[in-house]
Design a protein around this ligand. Structure first.
Ligand code: ADP
Length: 199
């Protein structure tokens, strides 16, 4: 049972690493950003409510986000653990997640912070904007998202550091190298890759 959280500024590569780690550790990657985007695409009630916040680069209200994640974590595939990407990103969401996990006699094993220089992430997001046409990758929105991260999410790093569950990973360089840094850091915390024979 492995419960992980990836935290870091927009453009640090959380989504990319989340998919890889989920495959390696045989746990579902749960990205609130992806869930919101698919709701927007499918024009669900949740998507309609979330869209204006996302397009502006603001956090979707906690009331919507907390309900969504509670439902998702209650699904059967999370019994073997999970990797959270993009949640929690406010102190209220931390409280909510703590409560949910405590209700299940659980807690996060490791919080992985992807550390990246703001100039580098702005450049990465500029590239992604031209490749993927995400409506929130517009340059002024990107700057606002970084600001929201700095104000609302960055303080969470200190919270998890205080709990002794934080590992800091340099997010610069090749994607494979970053993945390797994470798996090595997890191994040093006693979280090994599942046996190759069982994969
Ligand atoms: P990034 O981390 O690169 O900004 P995400 O895909 O994680 O991108 O999130 C995109 C948008 O989805 C955010 O700007 C926000 O509007 C919304 N969102 C995602 N996760 C949350 C969350 N936990 N709480 C509130 N809003 C969220």
């Amino acid at each position: 049972m492995t419960r992980l959280l990836l935290i870091g500024p927009p453009g640090a590569g959380k989504g990319t690493q989340a998919v890889r780690l989920a495959e390696s550790y045989l746990i579902p990657a749960i990205s609130t950003g992806d869930i919101f985007r698919s709701n927007v695409r499918n024009e669900t009630e949740l998507g309609t409510k979330a869209k204006s916040y996302m397009d502006a680069g603001d956090n979707v209200p906690d009331s919507l986000t907390n309900a969504l994640i509670r439902d998702r974590l209650a699904e059967a595939d999370c019994e073997s653990g999970f990797l959270l990407d993009g949640y929690p990103r406010t102190t209220d969401q931390v409280r909510e997640l703590d409560e949910f996990l405590a209700g299940h006699g659980a807690e996060l094993d490791v919080v992985i912070e992807l550390v990246a220089d703001p100039d580098v992430v702005v450049e990465r997001l500029r590239k992604r904007a031209s490749e993927q046409a995400r409506s929130d990758d517009d340059e002024s929105v990107v700057r606002h998202r970084l600001e929201v991260y700095r104000e609302q999410t960055a303080p969470l790093v200190g919270v998890y550091e205080g709990r002794g569950v934080l590992i800091k990973i340099d997010a610069l360089g090749e994607i494979d190298d970053v993945t390797l840094r994470i798996t090595e850091a997890l191994a040093s915390r006693g979280i090994a890759l599942p046996d190759a024979a069982t994969r």
